[in-house]
Design a protein around this ligand. Sequence first.
Ligand SMILES: NC(=O)c1ccc[n+]([C@@H]2O[C@H](COP(=O)([O-])OP(=O)(O)OC[C@H]3O[C@@H](n4cnc5c(N)ncnc54)[C@H](OP(=O)(O)O)[C@@H]3O)[C@@H](O)[C@H]2O)c1
Length: 315
Amino acid sequence: MALNLQSSIYVAGHRGLVGSAVERALRARGYHNLLLRTHAELDLTDQAAVRTFFDRERPAAVILAAARVGGIQANNTRPALFIRDNLLIQDNVIDAAYRAGAQKLVFLGSSCIYPKFAPQPIQEDSLLTGALEPTNEWYAVAKIAGLKMCQAYRREFGFNAIALMPTNLYGPGDNFDLQNSHVLPALIRRFHEAKLRGDAAVTVWGTGTPRREFLHVDDLADAIVHLLATYDQEPIVNVGWGEDVTIAELANLVADVAGFRGAVRFDASKPDGTPRKLLDTTRLGALGWRPRIALREGIEGTYAWFRQHVAEARL
Ligand SMILES: NC(=O)c1ccc[n+]([C@@H]2O[C@H](COP(=O)([O-])OP(=O)(O)OC[C@H]3O[C@@H](n4cnc5c(N)ncnc54)[C@H](OP(=O)(O)O)[C@@H]3O)[C@@H](O)[C@H]2O)c1
């Protein structure tokens, strides 16, 4: 039975950056039978609670957008939390979805779980061909286990679980906490606050030379909904913008959008992370999908959202 607009779809992590965008995208396409539970209502690390939920609700499809997510600092200081929570969440949800008869599950890996020195742009076949970036290996090992679990359940049980590999994401609803956030929201907040204080300069971590790719979360959500309906195969699929920028270019772009007129400096004593991360999106293009939201436009929208929500955003 194919999914239709009446099918019940469980969006796990619907309050998060990705989950909230997936909820918007599904509703915009007319999927109205959405199952949503906050972290407080359903702790996905609790196996018994997850099984009870799936047995009762029996969703037709599951988008697994709940995870323990964070930047270099958070990964470095909380390795046990990152590996434990992610292994438990994905193990509980994938297994319970299969047992409860879900027709489809979408799992999210990440571009940061490819080998640190993978040839660029990164093809899906690079997975597990080299050492990981040490600063986030706990998260990466868990995520690799998750996408392998999807493939194993497909092979052994015929469970229609697909795994997507999004690049760095940004957009409305992002985490702007300076300790736990990713580079782009952290830059937005820092340049905004520096502008308000009238600072002469902002110093950015690292050399500014690493190259990164950024995809607006509404583009990712669009890809997820497209592949939910159209892609039923084992191979993982990269979801990216297709071009990268240096951190220095990004910082200057954010400074410009935020209206910060001071100097942008770089602290080379701080870690850079992976030198380059650009996904090869040939497979995704062949599946009939392309991103639409260019970086400046996306940052402008995200900055506008940040300013409107600065009081209630996760600061
Ligand atoms: N953000 C990126 O740049 C990026 C890039 C590539 C891939 N991804 C992937 O996309 C997915 C979602 O990431 P995101 O950026 O949307 O993260 P996010 O904004 O932190 O959202 C994650 C959501 O999961 C929920 N959650 C965490 N632990 C939970 C638990 N034990 N039980 C129930 N809910 C729980 C969180 O709720 P609380 O906040 O209440 O804990 C939050 O709503 C992840 O799989 C991530 O690996 C993200």
